[in-house]
Design a binder for this molecule. Structure first.
Ligand code: NAP
Length: 246
């Protein structure tokens, strides 16, 4: 039983499809009910067991209602993938981003990005925790980004320096990584494995389809972390190439 937030499109939809193909029952979290139903129907048509679940990560009432529905209908949750995310500008593709320069960034935009990418993850995780505690092998995956890496950002010769400034999006993912480590530490004793995933640069609406990976490729790392065996890592940050520096 897996819940993927923001699963109506993009990487989340890819994750939901892959988990369904592996035989898990997948709850397609979506803030727009019609788009969630459409995605769930497509997964069912492909042979998966998928159900739409209305859920806006910035609206605690919808998260509570989603948890109540899972409790009544399924009784527990084994996998939570916190995938829903926003860039703030919608223009993180290298040739078009000008609005996340730190000295001129719109603070309201920074707040709204943190609201979804950080506070939304805490809201969803804490609301789903009682259901995850009923699982024999609970797994939580937070979909982060290579842009979260302070090490890569601070390297003047590193791969991220050529990218546009990212005063809202990248710091929100750095904060998400920090939150991930603290959840992992708290929940280690309870058998949880909590990790952050860097999917790579994936062609989605989030970057105006400038990415070079498919959503299926972008889903690979999150799905691997969602299906870890008992001896798997916790409190880590992983990309397709292996551990990503913090
Ligand atoms: P996307 O195609 O824009 O999909 C984002 C998803 O999040 C959509 O389903 C969107 O729903 C949902 N969402 C946004 N705000 C939400 C909210 N408040 N409540 C519930 N759902 C919400 O972008 P994507 O590229 O697949 O991004 C998925 C995740 O991967 C994000 O966390 C992103 O930061 C991360 N990521 C992406 C890349 C990349 O190269 N694409 C790289 C690194 C990390 P709507 O359809 O309703 O807007």
């Amino acid at each position: 039983m897996a819940l993927v937030t923001g699963a109506n499109k993009g990487i989340g939809r890819g994750i939901a499809g892959r988990l369904a193909a592996l035989g898990l029952t997948v709850l397609v979290g979506a803030r727009d009910t019609a788009r969630g139903e459409e995605a769930a129907a497509a997964l069912r048509a492909a042979g998966g067991d998928a159900h739409a679940l209305a859920l806006d990560v910035t609206d605690p009432a919808t998260v509570e209602a989603a948890a109540a529905r899972i409790r009544e209908r399924f009784g527990r949750l084994d996998v939570l993938v916190n995938n829903a995310g926003v860039t703030g500008s919608g223009r993180v593709s290298p040739d078009r981003a000008h609005d996340q320069v730190p000295s001129t960034v719109d603070l309201a935009m920074v707040r709204s990005v943190f609201e979804t990418n950080v506070f939304g993850v805490i809201t969803v995780t804490n609301t789903m925790l009682p259901l995850l505690r009923r699982s024999p092998a609970p797994r939580v995956v937070n979909v982060s980004s290579h842009g979260a890496s302070l090490t890569l950002n601070a390297d003047p010769d590193g791969p991220l320096v050529a990218l546009p400034p990212s005063a809202a999006y990248s710091p929100s993912k750095t904060a998400l990584n920090a939150v991930t480590v603290h959840y992992a530490n708290e929940l280690r004793k309870d058998g949880f494995l909590v990790n952050a995933a860097a999917p790579g640069y994936v062609a989605t609406d989030g970057n105006d389809h400038s990415g070079f990976l498919t959503v299926e490729q972008g889903a690979e790392v999150p799905v691997r972390l969602a299906t870890l065996g008992a001896d798997g890592p916790t409190g880590g940050f992983f990309g397709a190439e292996g551990p990503v520096p913090w």
